[in-house]
Design a protein around this ligand. Structure first.
Ligand SMILES: *Cc1c(COP(=O)(O)O)cnc(C)c1O
Length: 435
């Protein structure tokens, strides 16, 4: 499938008058339409709910859009909980799926009324000590170990993953929790990542539904929901076929009717915690070509770098690139598209075939709407970019400003040259000290 950008060269030129490159831009229409398709695909299930995995795109404006489409938030840290609260998503609309969780994070989750998803059996005591008593609803994360396979194909390696309870611990944990007064139980598992296959959820659902039936039968615990978590992937490469969420929803329904309904468990709610699938394709990193270098290879130097999008450097991940305004030109030139970090892996693309590209051209790097901006960092003193929202009416809104050097220096409390670097500005801390 041909991948096309949701921004044109003309739009990029207009936007950069107000907001210079690099920036991430998100497509509100795409996000909303996709969220509606997901909701429809699982509408057969009474209690269905998607909890957007905040780590994929931790921006309260985007979380607010998803909230309007009926989504809650899946959080796993203190500030993600705060973000969710700030976006108006509270109470049972928050799923707290954390691991190695600090006490203060459990305390905030409980204070916000979030549903807590325990990652380990030892956290039962830890949570009870932290909160004084256990909530009436709790979920446990399951890790079956071994390999996760679909047919003969190995998809991922849960046996190597730090997350979750073993099968035996699930039974023991449910018994303990039930004895301690927990009334509603959830089962959660995340066994494979970025699956571009309509079979992942139905295969996972079969494992979890079978487990749920046994757990309810053997422990007497009431299973209220089963959380299929994240892992539905997106086609980063043009030759990949996208998942069909309608087919996925129907696949889960079939297993539900085969396993849960006959066991008298037709009231179990299905939850998802998708991140990548919700926002991934609806974000671009827009960057400008500022240099051409001809040495042992042909390089395009751009004004973004790996701090703005880490996936290519970290995983060797493919991100499609469109040279805006040259969509119809032949891709007959081979380039490495590189940023300015003093790190040789700072390459958005290696040996990529693109149209002949010049200094001043805008590149749209695709599929940066999830695990893009959010994985950003400040290596080499580089700053985080702005995030923009392309509204459904075509207008563009700044939903996070770009960092400035002042932000970078803001945490060096007591550093004397601050006043010299940013004349006229004094830090909060100094003002308070001088009261
Ligand atoms: C990362 C994560 C998700 C979202 O994963 P995607 O691959 O982005 O769908 C959901 N749940 C938990 C617990 C996660 O850690």
């Amino acid at each position: 499938m041909k991948k096309s950008a949701f921004v044109t060269r003309e739009q990029a030129e207009e936007i950069t008058k107000a907001y210079p490159t690099p920036f991430h831009i998100y497509d509100e229409r795409g996000i909303r339409e996709n969220a509606r398709r997901l909701k429809k695909a699982f509408s057969w299930n009474q209690g269905y709910k998607e909890f957007f995995a905040v780590k994929a795109a931790p921006n309260p404006f985007l979380m607010g859009i998803l909230k309007e489409e009926g989504c809650g938030c899946d959080c796993s840290s203190y500030t993600e909980l705060m973000l969710s609260d700030a976006a108006g998503v509270q109470g049972e609309n928050i799923m707290f799926s954390s691991n190695e969780t600090p006490a203060e994070e459990y305390a905030l989750a409980a204070a916000l009324g979030a549903t807590i998803n325990l990652d380990d059996i030892t956290h039962i005591d830890f949570l009870e000590q932290t909160l004084g008593s256990l909530p009436k609803t709790l979920s446990c994360r399951f890790n079956p170990g071994g390999y996760f396979a679909m047919g003969t194909e190995i998809m991922d390696n849960p046996g190597d993953a730090k997350y979750g309870f073993t099968r035996e611990q699930m039974f023991e944990g449910f018994r303990i929790l039930k004895a301690k007064g927990v009334e509603n139980f959830g089962i959660h598992a995340f066994l494979a990542s970025n699956t571009v296959s309509n079979e992942y959820y139905p295969t996972l659902a079969r494992q979890l539904f079978e487990l749920a039936v046994e757990l309810q039968r053997d422990t007497g615990a009431h299973v209220a929901f089963i959380n299929l978590s994240g892992g539905i992937g997106i086609p980063y490469k043009p030759d990949q076929e996208a998942n069909d969420i309608q087919v996925i929803g129907e696949g889960v329904r079939k297993v539900y009717e085969e396993l849960l309904v006959p066991a008298g468990m037709g009231d179990v709610a299905i939850y998802t915690e998708l991140g990548r699938f919700m926002t991934g394709p609806y974000g671009h990193l827009i960057t400008k070509v500022i240099h051409e270098k001809h040495t042992h290879k042909e390089y395009l130097g751009v004004d973004a770098c790996a701090v703005n999008l880490m996936r290519p450097a970290m995983y060797g991940a493919y991100h499609h690139i469109t040279v805006l305004g040259k969509e119809e030109e032949a891709c007959d030139h081979q380039y490495d598209v590189v940023g300015s970090l003093c790190e040789n892996n700072d390459k958005f693309a290696i040996d990529r075939m693109l149209p002949k590209t010049e200094i001043g051209d805008y590149l749209a790097i695709h599929d940066t709407g999830a695990h893009g901006f959010s994985m950003g960092y400040n290596y080499n003193g580089k700053l985080r970019s702005a995030e923009l929202l392309l509204r459904e009416d075509g207008s563009v809104e700044l939903i996070r400003r770009a960092e400035t050097p002042r932000d970078y220096f803001a945490t060096f409390d007591g550093f004397e040259v601050y006043d010299r670097l940013f004349p006229g500005e004094r830090r909060e801390a100094e003002r308070e000290n001088q009261g």
